[in-house]
Every structure is written in structure tokens, then in C-alpha cells.
Design a protein around this ligand. Structure first.
Ligand SMILES: Nc1ncnc2c1ncn2[C@@H]1O[C@H](COP(=O)(O)OP(=O)(O)OP(=O)(O)O)[C@@H](O)[C@H]1O
Ligand SMILES: [Mg+2]
Length: 451
């Protein structure tokens, strides 16, 4: 038995709906005055609200808005006298669960109510799980105190709880997906699905049916009707990753979906209204792609309602120590061990490298160092060779008494020889890799060793 609140300014309609709800053994709270119903909402705590969209004075939309302040959120079913998809779409955008058009069949409404209740149950069961996910994706998990990151935080905190479409641009590994998830889990859509799709992972026709679904027989292999990701993300967020690699014809279709807020499965004539927030990411400049004709300009403006630029790590090297400590801590928690220490030289090397793979590369380097290091202290030797090699010129350690009295050439040669030999050893005996690391030809390397 569930609690169902019914609001319609036509008393006859309230009676009909009440009767069919009671038939299903639900407890009914009928109202013909929207204002009274809104007042009663917090006391009734209904699981489902059935509201007429068009009502005198206060409308169904006001009821919908009032429902949004309740916890747990009721599922709102809108009843519309107009078979107008736009009104329904508008209601779904504002968070309605579903809608039925008048005149409706009794079993149609009963089915919709049952689906709404199943959905409510699933939401409740998921609350714990979602809470955990939310923990993982809260803004605090985006690490960085640099001025560039402060700007990013300010912007995303402002726009998280809106329905605006957001385009996140940045090099690979700068945290675009992390930001997308944080945006979703800090929005009013957080209890609904977050669906991510990498647009570069599938060929064009497969991507289209993945996004929009297809009807049985639409193409060879379409053996049954299939729901697309846009439908799966209903009420939630869809994250279109690597949107830059989307083929032109599909860009056109996506543009239409963004404009009309409804989709059509491949091979189908029916349109389905959807309420989905769209987030997109690109790892190359879309402006450049537009100028070379690879990306539709109108689609760009639809997506980049709010553009977020993720700065490359090399432009915020002051964040490296913080990120490094964060990853060391994360690995310690994962392995249930004490966090490793890091030697100042190793930290200096990390903080001067240019990180072409950005935060992901740093995370991998730290993870590797934690696994390799001895006495749980990360030293320069535990870092990947490219990090050490490109860091500041490693200062040759000259221990013991300097051989004062020797000619400069002899001294430099002896140091040089030792340096070359150690570089070869560092590369597991590969002279080829050592020569590359030293920036000299193989011929020079052999000559210097032969001298
Ligand atoms: N500011 C940050 N704080 C903590 N972790 C971060 C940060 N930025 C990125 N990461 C971590 O780095 C890795 C890469 O991040 P993410 O997958 O979000 O990057 P991306 O921009 O989507 O990369 P790509 O373009 O390659 O898909 C993830 O493990 C993520 O958790
Ligand atoms: Mg990514």
C-alpha cells in the first residue's frame, strides 16, 4: 500500500483517479484545490503525486515545484488534457516522473502508478549506494589549490545544480570525467542515472543505436527493440566523452535531440520525450575543429552553454605536492598500509616534470613508486625514467676528496664515463635507450666508452 496524493480542479476527475487507486489498495489523499494540496504535502508524505497540469490559479507546475522540496522525493505523474508533448517535456524537465494524456485508459494510469512505485523502491534501496558514490565524487575529491583550479571550482560549484549543458575541455588526464561525475552527484539529478559514453569507442552507426536505441529489424542484427543511453539516462545525466570524435551526420542528429529534447530510436517513427542533462568532454580544441570543418559550429554553441577548461598539470605545477600526497594516501588506504614518505629530491623531480599525461600520469607514477620503493620511502630511483630525465639536471653527486691537481679534461672524462655507465645500467644494459636518454648518438656513446 502506498500513499498517493491526487490533485485536479475537476472533482469528477479526482473521484475517478481516487477510485482506481483504491482498487489497487493505495491510501488516497484527494484534493481539488492545488493550494490546499501544496499545504498538505509535507504532512501526507506521499510516494506518488498525480497532478493535472492545467489548473486554475495554481498550476500543476507549482505542485511539481513544491514536491521538489520533500525528502524523500515523491514521484510525480502529470495529467495533461492536451496531447502536447512540449508541456509534458517541460514537466519532465522540472522533474516529473511521467505523464499521461487525457482521456487515459484505467489500466494505463494504473500501470504508470505501479512503475512510479517500483521506481521509488529502487531509488530508496539505492540511497545507501548512491551516498557512497556521492562521497567518492564530491567536490573535495578534486584536488588542487592553484589559482587555475580555484577558478574551476568556483565555476562548477555555481553550475552543478542547474540543467545547463556543460562542455569540459582539456588535455588527456586533466580530470574531465572526474568533474563530470562531480557535477552530476552535486545536482538535483544525483539520485537518477549517470550514463557515460565514449564517443570515440564505437563506429558511427553503432554509436547512433547505442545513444538513441533501435527498433527490431532496423538493421541486420537488430533482433529486438533496444533502449538507447539517452532513455537510460532519463531524469539523470548523460556524459558524452570525446565528443570531438563524433562523425558529422551523428553531430546533426545530436543537435536535433538537444534542440527538441526528444529522441527517436533508429528505425522508429515515434518520438520519445526525455529529460536528460547533457555533459560533454573534448580533449582537443573544438574551435580548431570547427575552423577545419570537423565539427558543427551550431552544435558547439549548444554544448558549450557553459564551457569549463581543465588546465594542464604543467601550468599548475604548484599542485603537484598536494596531488602526490593525496595519491600516496589513497594507495595506503587501498592497501591498508601506512602511507609512504617521499624524499625531497623525488618531490622536486615530480614538481618540475612537464607531465604530458597530466594528473593520470602523476597518479600512475606515484602508484608505481609506492610499489617499488624500499623502507616505504619514495626516492628518485623509484620514479619513471622520463620524469627523472626531464627534470632539472640531476646534480652529480661527487663524494670524497676532489682530485685537485688533475687536468680538467681528465676529471670531466672520468665523471662523464661514470655517468654514461650508470645510465646504461639504469636502462637495464640497453645502450640504445641510454644513448637516447643522454641525447647522444650510438656512435658517440661507443666512442666515449672506448676512449
Ligand atoms: N584534480 C584531481 N584530483 C584528484 N584526482 C584527479 C584530478 N584530476 C584527475 N584526477 C585523476 O586522474 C585520473 C584521470 O582523470 P580523468 O579520467 O577524469 O581525466 P580525463 O580528462 O577524462 O582524461 P581523458 O581525456 O584521457 O579521458 C583519474 O584517476 C582521476 O581520478
Ligand atoms: Mg576521460
Amino acid at each position: 500500500m502506498a500513499r498517493i496524493l491526487i490533485i485536479d480542479d475537476e472533482p469528477a476527475m479526482v473521484d475517478v483517479i481516487s477510485t482506481l487507486c483504491k482498487e489497487l489498495d493505495h491510501q488516497v489523499f484527494p484534493f481539488s484545490s492545488p493550494a490546499r494540496a501544496i499545504e498538505a504535502l509535507p504532512g501526507c508524505m506521499p510516494q506518488v503525486v498525480i497532478a493535472d497540469i492545467k489548473m486554475e490559479n495554481l498550476g500543476g507546475f507549482d505542485v511539481l515545484k513544491a514536491c521538489r522540496d520533500l525528502t524523500p522525493l515523491p514521484a510525480v505523474i502529470m495529467v495533461t488534457g492536451y496531447a502536447s508533448v512540449e508541456t509534458a517535456v517541460e514537466a519532465m524537465k522540472l522533474g516529473a516522473y511521467d505523464y499521461v494524456t487525457k482521456p487515459f485508459k484505467i489500466d494505463e494510469l494504473q500501470l504508470t502508478i505501479q512503475r512510479a512505485l517500483d521506481f521509488q523502491c529502487a531509488v530508496r534501496e539505492n540511497v545507501y549506494l548512491k551516498q557512497e558514490l556521492k562521497e567518492r565524487y564530491k567536490f573535495e575529491n578534486i584536488v588542487g589549490a592553484s589559482a587555475k583550479m580555484q577558478k574551476v571550482y568556483e565555476l562548477i560549484a555555481k553550475v552543478a545544480d542547474t540543467d545547463s549543458t556543460i562542455l569540459i575541455q582539456g588535455e588527456s588526464g586533466t580530470g574531465k570525467e572526474l568533474v563530470a561525475r562531480a557535477l552530476h552527484f552535486n545536482s538535483r539529478r544525483q539520485h537518477h542515472p549517470f550514463v557515460a559514453i565514449n564517443c570515440s569507442a564505437l563506429p558511427e552507426n553503432l554509436l547512433e543505436s547505442e545513444l538513441f536505441g533501435h527498433k527490431k529489424g532496423a538493421f541486420t542484427g537488430a533482433v529486438q527493440d533496444k533502449m538507447g543511453l539517452f532513455e537510460e539516462a532519463h531524469h539523470g545525466t548523460i556524459f558524452l566523452d570525446e565528443i570531438n570524435s563524433m562523425a558529422q551526420p551523428l553531430q546533426t542528429k545530436l543537435l536535433r535531440v538537444l534542440q527538441e529534447r526528444q529522441i527517436r530510436r533508429v528505425g522508429d517513427t515515434k518520438t520519445i520525450p526525455i529529460s536528460v542533462r547533457v555533459l560533454a568532454a573534448s580533449n582537443e580544441s573544438l574551435h580548431e575543429k570547427i575552423s577545419t570543418g570537423g565539427f558543427r559550429e551550431d552544435l558547439y554553441y549548444r554544448l558549450a552553454v557553459i564551457p569549463v577548461e581543465m588546465p594542464p598539470l604543467r601550468e599548475r605545477l604548484d599542485d603537484v605536492p598536494l596531488l602526490t600526497q593525496y595519491f600516496i594516501q589513497k594507495i595506503a588506504v587501498q592497501n591498508s598500509t601506512a602511507p609512504a614518505r617521499i624524499d625531497p629530491d623525488a618531490m622536486a623531480a615530480l614538481s618540475t616534470y612537464h607531465w604530458p599525461g597530466n594528473v593520470r600520469e602523476l597518479e600512475n607514477a606515484v602508484e608505481r613508486a609506492c610499489a617499488l620503493c624500499e623502507e616505504s620511502t619514495i626516492r628518485v630511483a623509484d620514479l619513471p625514467s622520463q620524469v627523472v630525465q626531464h627534470g632539472p639536471a640531476p646534480c652529480a653527486e661527487i663524494t670524497g676528496q676532489l682530485p685537485i691537481g688533475q687536468p680538467l679534461g681528465t676529471f670531466v672524462e672520468s665523471i662523464e664515463r661514470r655517468f654514461i655507465e650508470e645510465t646504461i645500467a639504469f636502462n637495464g644494459g640497453s645502450r640504445d635507450r641510454a644513448a637516447k636518454m643522454l641525447g647522444i648518438s650510438m656512435a658517440t656513446l661507443y666512442r666515449k666508452l672506448a676512449d
